[in-house]
Design a protein around this ligand. Structure first.
Ligand code: HH2
Length: 264
């Protein structure tokens, strides 16, 4: 899943792809580099980010979703927490809603259910402005798994097709650097929830910190390493800014896994 943020303030690609023509070029580049899905976002969710009104978020993403749908066969997901924005994006042709609040908006489940689209439910506590104060766990993998289970049941109760639901532990959302590392190491504990797992470590601060305060654009090798580890622990979708580096790393890891499976 290649990241395309139409925001002025995203922590890594803010301000670069707000124009639909530039966004389309970037999407084509990411697909050529191995992305199977393009995730369009119109509101930054980095820690402390200011919320964006629905009309403004829609105005940022809809021209891009339409431009991408007209030119690309690749499925498009839209990263939004608002049912109103999701409805407009689905009408414009989006295939998946990526909701980092896991149905924080009570109308979101019904909107996605009515469209038959896919849904990503990501773990977070609070919202981007408050979440880092909620980064307190006795058992991070157990609590994330239990809270994702609650979100999953809410989505099913709203009528979302179970086959279309993907779960995400929310790397960096209400998590310290240590929580992120522990979650990555224990990702296989989410398998009993029975849904595909999406992982979004891309260029996040814990990687920069581990590598000696690297800037976001310098964190792609670290991101690929986290994704390979995630693959080995069961993740199947990887949300990244630089699909080429991660795709290459995953291809090598997959080849090794395939040989291992054929010998078993
Ligand atoms: N991370 C970000 C945004 N959306 N969605 C999912 N499912 N999982 C994630 O880990 C995730 C996400 C934050 O990254 P980015 O979009 O690069 O930054 P910003 O929120 O500043 O736009």
């Amino acid at each position: 899943m290649g990241i395309l943020n139409a925001t002025p303030d995203s922590f890594s690609d803010g301000g670069r792809f707000a124009d639909p023509a530039r966004a389309l070029d970037r999407a084509l580049e990411m697909v050529a580099a191995g992305a199977d899905l393009v995730d369009v976002g119109g509101e930054s969710t980095r820690p402390g980010a200011r919320p964006v009104p629905a009309e403004q978020e829609s105005a940022r993403i809809l021209p891009i979703v339409k431009a991408l749908k007209a030119r690309l066969p690749t499925p498009i997901s839209v990263d939004t927490r608002k049912a109103e924005v999701a409805r407009a994006a689905l009408d414009a042709g989006a295939d998946v809603i990526n909701d980092v609040s896991a149905l924080g908006d009570p109308a979101m489940g019904r909107v996605v259910a009515a469209s038959g689209a896919g849904l990503v439910l990501m773990h977070m506590r609070g919202d981007p402005q408050t979440m880092q104060q909620a980064a307190s766990y006795h058992d991070v993998a157990g609590e994330v798994s239990a809270e994702l289970g609650i979100a999953l049941r809410r989505a099913q109760a709203a009528g979302v097709d179970s086959e279309r639901i993907v779960l995400d532990p929310g790397i960096g959302f209400a998590k310290t650097a240590e929580h992120n590392l522990e979650l990555l190491g224990r990702l296989d504990e989410l398998a009993p929830l029975g849904h595909p797992i999406l992982l979004g470590p891309s260029r996040k601060a814990f990687i920069g910190k581990l590598l000696g305060d690297l800037l976001p654009e310098q964190r792609d090798v670290g991101t690929a390493a986290a994704c390979v580890l995630g693959l080995l622990r069961g993740a199947r979708i990887f949300r990244v800014h630089d699909p080429r580096t991660t795709r290459e790393a995953l291809s090598v890891a997959e080849a090794v896994c395939q040989v291992e499976r054929s010998r078993a």
